[in-house]
Design a protein around this ligand. Structure first.
Ligand SMILES: [Zn+2]
Length: 352
């Protein structure tokens, strides 16, 4: 990468700032409209066809080369602009939560990412920037970014950015840490029977699932600080006159750190204990249809400090009480791809 040919730091910094401020007047209305439209039609993981189309349409109109269905995912978007030797990826999420819609505000993430990408087109050529917006499906459940990462979406990227809205007015971007999360799907297999009479040859899989939940409840007392475990019976029978032959429990474990070690007993020992506690209904952990563990990560402090200063000076003059290093309680696949390594956290040398 040749940094010497670029404009000086103040010039570069001012160019980017002016482009962003100019874009607010030009684009603010349509950004808000895009956010509201994605919010109006919530689509869950891997089904974000309308949202991905809206995002793609905006970027195409702004001169980007756009592809929907990128990296093997039907609802992923790749939109590129410019040919500079520094490629900035901007992540646009747009998936909703089942049953409660856009409670996590991914409609805002999507619109903010589109706005940022379009704003940068004004300076891309002059500062040697290539803009690559990546529309990343299934952040809530499914880990779309992980799939795209494995498929090479970030192979040509110098650094990667995104924002996530949160309630309140703080700008928490100084060394934000996110928790690791792992989700398990445990199937219990029993033998059916009719409940109208004795059922000596039946094994009630729903009972095994109940014992599993009780065991998890008792285990909570002994979990380390910062660990959260939640579980529910997702399948437990269909009618009262039949002994359920199959039951399923979904478990989610979050931890500030050390999740892999923590989850191991959930996957092996404890699950075995659950099944042996209720003979005849072996429990089988199955993670194949759920996201694997995303690791606990920290953001990039240099980027966080700069972002906070900018947002405070231009958008939120009274705001900003970041909590350094404190986990947010969220688990996210964002940091897997958006945290530049600390030693190279400043690839285009933006300075305040
Ligand atoms: Zn979210």
């Amino acid at each position: 990468m040749t940094i010497a040919k670029r404009p000086s730091h103040p010039e570069l910094s001012n160019s980017v700032r002016e482009a962003i401020l100019a874009s607010r007047t030009e684009w603010e209305e349509s950004a808000i409209a895009l956010s509201r439209e994605i919010h109006r039609v919530p689509e869950i993981a891997f089904q974000e066809r309308y949202a991905s189309t809206l995002v793609a349409r905006e970027l195409e109109a702004a001169g980007f080369d756009v592809a929907i269905g990128a990296y093997g995912l039907d609802t992923a978007v790749e939109a590129t602009y410019g040919s500079g030797d520094v490629t900035v990826a901007i992540c646009a999420e747009y998936d909703a939560l089942p049953g409660i819609g856009h409670a996590c505000g991914h409609n805002i993430i999507g619109a903010a990412a589109v706005g940022a990408a379009i704003a940068l087109t004004a300076v891309a050529d002059r500062i040697g920037l290539r803009i690559k917006l990546l529309g990343t499906p299934a952040e809530e459940h499914g880990g779309g970014k992980v799939i795209m990462l494995d498929a090479g979406a970030w192979d040509d990227v110098t650094f990667s950015l995104m924002v996530h809205g949160a309630p309140g007015e703080d700008v928490r971007c100084l060394d934000v840490r996110t928790q690791a999360v792992c989700r398990l799907h445990i199937m219990f297999q029993g033998r059916p029977g009719h409940t109208g009479g004795p059922t000596p040859s039946s094994d009630n899989a729903s009972n095994a699932a109940t014992i599993g939940l009780v065991a998890l409840g008792l285990l909570r007392q002994h979990l380390p600080d910062g660990v959260r475990a939640n579980a529910f019976v997702s399948e437990g029978g269909q009618t009262t006159n039949v002994v359920p032959a199959a039951a399923a429990v979904r478990v989610e474990v979050r931890a500030d750190t050390g999740l892999t070690e923590l989850v191991r007993p959930f996957q092996t020992g404890n699950i075995n204990a659950w099944s042996t506690a209720y003979p005849g209904c072996p429990g089988t952990p199955d993670r194949t249809n759920l996201a694997g563990p995303s690791r606990d990560r920290s953001g990039s402090p240099p980027h966080g400090v700069r972002y906070r200063r900018r947002t405070r000076s231009h958008h939120h003059p009274r705001r900003g009480h970041p909590i350094p290093g404190k986990p947010t309680g969220q688990s996210h696949d964002r940091p897997i791809v958006s945290s530049a390594p600390r030693e190279s956290a400043d690839p285009i040398r933006l300075r305040d």
